[in-house]
Design a protein around this ligand. Structure first.
Ligand SMILES: Cc1cc2nc3c(=O)[nH]c(=O)nc-3n(C[C@H](O)[C@H](O)[C@H](O)COP(=O)(O)OP(=O)(O)OC[C@H]3O[C@@H](n4cnc5c(N)ncnc54)[C@H](O)[C@@H]3O)c2cc1C
Length: 375
C-alpha cells in the first residue's frame, strides 16, 4: 500500500501537477482522474503525510507554479485546526437528530431522485468510495437545497462511503455549502456550472438555484487546542488508522516496546462505516504492521485493559478521540503525542481560511526548516 501510494504520488507529480490549477475543477468521470491527484485516501490516513508531500513538491518546483495544489492541501490542514479550536461543532454534528422525510431520504441514498447526475454520483460514491471535489460541492448543495434534506445526514452518508472520510474536512465542508460555516454564504449548484465542469456529461439539470443559506444561530466559542507533546513518555504507544505514516517515524516507533494499532469497529462509532471502508482501513493497518515489527493489531478491550499510562499519537477531533474521551476511564494516563507541524499550523486556524492563507509563507518556511516530525 505504501509503495502504491508512492507510485500514485509520483505519477501525479510528473503528469498532473503542472496543469492542476487550470484543470482541477473538471470532473471528467471516474475513469478519467488524471487532472487531480486522487491522493486523499492516502493523505487522510497519513500513508502520505501532507507536510512531506509539500516538502517533496517544493524541493522540485517553484511555489508560484504549484501554489494552487499546495493551497488545497492546506485546506485540509486548516479545517483540522479550525475544528480543534471548536470541538463542539463535531459533537453537535454527531449527536444531531434532524427531522426529515424518510421517503425523500431513501430516494436520495439509493440514487432514485430522478436527478441524473446526482443519482450517478450516489452510485459512484458507493462503488468508487470517492467523489471529485467539485462534485462533492454540487452533491451537497443539491442534497440541501434541491432535495431539502438535512446537511447532517448528507455528511454522515459521505463519511459512511468515502475512503478519505475525515471529521474536519467533511463536516466543515458540508457546513460551508449549507451557509453556516461562512455565515450567510451558501454554495449553489448551478446547471451551467455542472454542464461546463462535467464536460457536458450532464445537461438540463433542474435545480433550485435560488436557495437561501440555512440558518444556525449557534455561536461556537474558540477553545484552546489540547496541549500535545512531541516526545515519548511511556513504553507503549497507540496508533489509530488516521495516522499510519512510517517514513520519518520508523526510528521513533522502534523506541517503544509495543506499537498498538487500533481500528474502531462500527459498534464503537457514532457514524457507521460501510464494510468496504472498514476493510480498506484494515488493509492500511496490515501494511503498517508489515513495516513496523514491534506493532500489533489490538482490540478496544485490549486498550481499555491497559493499566499503566500510554502514549497516543493524537488522532485529532473525530470518532477516535471520542472513543478515548468516553471509554478510557482515566484519560490523564494518556500522553498525547502531536506532530510539530500540526501544532505550528493550527495556530493559524482560528479564523477564516483567508487568514490562514496569509500565513502560508511563514508555514512553508517552518516546514522547510523543520523536517523532523517530533522533536
Ligand atoms: C462536501 C465536501 C465533503 C468533503 N469531505 C472530505 C473528506 O471527508 N475527506 C477529505 O479528505 N476531503 C474532503 N473534502 C475535500 C475534497 O473534496 C477532497 O479532499 C478531494 O476531492 C480529494 O481528491 P484528491 O485527492 O484528488 O484532491 P486534490 O485536488 O488532488 O487535492 C490534494 C489534496 O489536498 C486536500 N484537499 C483538496 N481539496 C480540499 C478541500 N476542499 N478541503 C480539504 N482538503 C482538500 C486533500 O488532502 C487532497 O487529497 C470534501 C469536500 C466537500 C465539498
Amino acid at each position: 500500500m505504501y509503495q502504491r501510494a508512492n507510485e500514485d504520488k509520483l505519477d501525479f507529480i510528473q503528469k498532473g501537477l503542472k496543469d492542476y490549477a487550470s484543470q482541477r475543477n473538471y470532473d471528467f468521470g471516474p475513469k478519467s482522474r488524471e487532472n487531480i491527484s486522487n491522493l486523499s485516501k492516502y493523505i487522510s490516513h497519513r500513508i502520505i503525510n501532507e507536510y512531506d508531500l509539500i516538502r517533496e513538491i517544493l524541493s522540485e518546483h517553484n511555489l508560484q507554479k504549484v501554489d494552487k495544489f499546495i493551497q488545497e492541501i492546506f485546506w485540509r490542514v486548516y479545517w483540522k485546526g479550525w475544528l480543534e479550536h471548536r470541538p463542539k461543532v463535531w459533537t453537535d454534528f454527531v449527536n444531531s437528530t434532524p427531522s426529515y422525510r424518510k421517503e425523500d431520504y431513501e430516494k436520495a441514498i439509493n440514487g432514485k431522485t430522478g436527478i441524473e447526475c446526482f443519482d450517478d454520483w450516489v452510485n459512484e460514491l458507493k462503488t468508487e468510495n470517492y467523489l471529485h471535489n467539485h462534485t462533492r460541492m454540487w452533491f451537497a448543495s443539491i442534497w440541501i437545497f434541491t432535495l431539502n434534506l438535512p446537511w447532517e445526514l448528507g455528511a454522515r452518508f459521505f463519511l459512511k462511503h468515502l475512503f478519505d472520510g475525515d471529521a474536519a474536512s467533511n463536516t466543515l465542508s458540508w457546513r460551508w455549502v449549507a451557509g453556516i460555516q461562512t455565515r450567510g454564504k451558501n454554495y449553489i449548484a448551478r446547471e451551467s456550472n455542472i454542464r461546463k465542469f462535467t464536460n457536458q456529461r450532464y445537461v438540463n439539470t433542474a435545480l433550485n438555484e435560488n436557495a437561501s443559506p440555512l440558518e444556525n444561530h449557534k455561536i461556537y466559542s474558540l477553545n484552546e487546542v489540547r496541549q500535545l507533546h512531541t516526545e515519548q513518555k511511556c513504553r507503549n504507544i497507540v496508533l489509530f488508522e488516521s495516522d499510519l505514516n512510517v517514513n520519518e517515524k520508523q526510528s521513533f516507533y522502534e523506541n517503544y516496546e509495543n506499537v498498538f494499532l487500533l481500528l474502531l469497529e462500527n459498534t464503537d462509532r457514532n457514524v457507521k462505516l460501510d464494510d468496504t471502508v472498514l476493510n480498506f482501513k484494515r488493509t492500511l493497518q496490515q501494511a503498517f504492521k508489515s513495516k513496523i515489527t514491534n506493532s500489533e493489531i489490538v482490540s478496544v478491550d485490549d486498550i481499555k485493559k491497559l493499566n499503566e499510562g500510554f502514549d497516543v499519537l493524537y488522532p485529532a477531533i473525530g470518532e477516535n478521540l471520542d472513543f478515548l474521551n468516553q471509554q478510557i476511564k482515566d484519560i490523564n494516563k494518556i500522553h498525547f503525542i502531536g506532530l510539530k507541524e500540526d501544532i505550528f499550523c493550527w495556530k493559524f486556524s482560528k479564523k477564516g481560511f483567508f487568514n490562514f492563507k496569509k500565513s502560508i509563507p511563514e508555514v512553508i518556511n517552518f516546514l522547510l526548516h523543520e523536517n523532523d516530525f517530533f522533536s
